[in-house]
Design a protein around this ligand. Structure first.
Ligand code: NAP
Ligand code: GCO
Length: 264
C-alpha cells in the first residue's frame, strides 16, 4: 500500500510554490519521495521560498519564470531537464485573484486574471506533455477552486478562469488519457493563505470579518482550511494510487459544496 502512494524518484514541478498552498503541496510531494522544482516571478520570493524548503530539509530547485511567458516557460522546462530530469508531475498552482464588482472591472484586469489562472496552466501543460509522452506517462494537477463551481460578487474574472481550468483539466484527460497521462484538479475550499488574508482581517473593534463568519457558516467543518489539508490529496493524485482517476476535480473544501449553509 505504501508503494502505491509513494512518488519516489519522480520529478515534480509546482508553479508559484514559494509560500501558501504551493509550498505545502511541494513539501508533501518531497516527503513522498519526489524531487522538487518550483518557480516564481519575483527574485525575493524565490529566495524566501528556497529558504523555506531548506528549513524543511528539502533540496528544491527554484526558477525565475512567469507562467504566462511561453518562451520563458520552455526555457525553464529545458533547464529543469538538465538540472533535475524530465518532469513526471506538474502541479499548476500559480494564480491570482482580483476582487472588483464586474461593472467596475477593466477588461485589462479580467484578461490578466484569465492569463495567469487559465492560459498559464495551458502553457505549462503544453510544455511538459511532449516529454511525458516520450517517458510513457505523467500526472498533471490543476489547482481549481470553489469558483470552478460557484459564483459570487466581485470575482467574475477568477470564476471564469477557474471554471475554464476545470474544463481544461477534463480536456487534457480526454486528449492524453490514452497515453497514460492523468490530468486531475484539486478544488480547495477557503484556505487561510495570503490570497484570502483580506477576507479574514479583524474589524477595528477586534471582531471577526463578516466574510470570515460567512465562510464558517457555509463550511460543515466549521473552520478555514489550512495549506496542509491539500497534502494528502496532491500525493494521491501524483501517485500510482490514482492511475485510473482522470479528468476528476477533487474538492477539498470541508464540505462547502455539499451544504446549503448554517441557518442564521
Ligand atoms: P498565494 O499565496 O497568493 O500564492 C500564489 C502563488 O502564485 C504566489 O507564489 C505567486 O507569486 C504565484 N504567482 C502569481 N502569478 C504568477 C505568475 N504569473 N507566474 C508564476 N507564479 C505566479 O495563493 P494561495 O492561496 O497559496 O493559492 C495557490 C493557488 O490555489 C492559486 O491558484 C489559488 O487561486 C488557488 N486557490 C486558493 C484558495 C484559497 O482559499 N487560498 C482556494 C482555492 C484555490 P508571488 O507571491 O511572487 O506573487
Ligand atoms: C474569494 C476567494 C476564493 C478562494 C478560493 C475558493 O474571494 O471568494 O478568494 O475565490 O480563494 O478560490 O475556493
Amino acid at each position: 500500500m505504501q508503494a502505491m502512494f509513494n512518488v519516489d524518484g519522480k520529478i515534480a514541478l509546482v508553479t508559484g510554490a514559494t509560500h501558501g498552498i504551493g509550498l505545502e503541496m511541494a513539501c508533501a510531494l518531497a516527503k513522498a519521495g519526489a524531487k522538487i522544482a518550483f518557480n516564481d516571478t519575483n527574485a525575493g520570493a524565490l529566495e524566501r521560498g528556497l529558504a523555506s524548503y531548506k528549513e524543511a530539509g528539502i533540496e528544491a530547485h527554484g526558477y525565475l519564470c512567469d507562467v504566462t511567458d511561453e518562451a520563458g516557460v520552455m526555457k525553464m522546462i529545458s533547464q529543469i531537464e538538465k538540472d533535475v530530469g524530465v518532469i513526471d508531475i506538474l502541479v499548476n498552482n500559480a494564480g491570482i485573484i482580483r476582487r472588483t464588482p464586474m461593472t467596475e472591472m477593466t477588461a485589462e484586469d479580467f484578461r490578466l486574471v484569465v492569463d495567469i489562472d487559465l492560459t498559464g496552466p495551458f502553457i505549462m501543460a503544453k510544455a511538459v506533455i511532449p516529454s511525458m509522452l516520450k517517458k510513457g506517462g505523467g500526472k498533471i494537477i490543476n489547482i481549481c477552486s470553489m469558483m470552478s463551481e460557484l459564483g459570487r460578487e466581485t470575482v467574475a474574472a477568477y470564476a471564469s478562469a477557474k471554471g475554464g481550468l476545470k474544463m481544461l483539466t477534463k480536456n487534457i484527460a480526454s486528449e492524453y488519457g490514452q497515453y497514460n497521462i492523468q490530468c486531475n484538479g484539486i478544488g480547495p475550499g477557503y484556505i487561510a493563505t495570503s490570497q484570502t488574508a483580506p477576507l479574514r482581517e479583524k474589524q477595528p473593534d477586534g471582531s471577526p470579518h463578516p466574510f470570515d463568519r460567512f465562510i464558517l457558516a457555509k463550511t460543515p467543518a466549521n473552520r478555514w482550511g489550512k495549506p496542509e489539508d491539500l497534502a494528502g490529496p496532491v500525493v494521491f493524485l501524483a501517485s500510482s494510487a490514482s492511475d485510473f482517476v482522470n479528468g476528476h476535480i477533487l474538492y477539498v473544501d470541508g464540505g462547502i459544496l455539499a451544504y446549503i449553509g448554517r441557518q442564521p
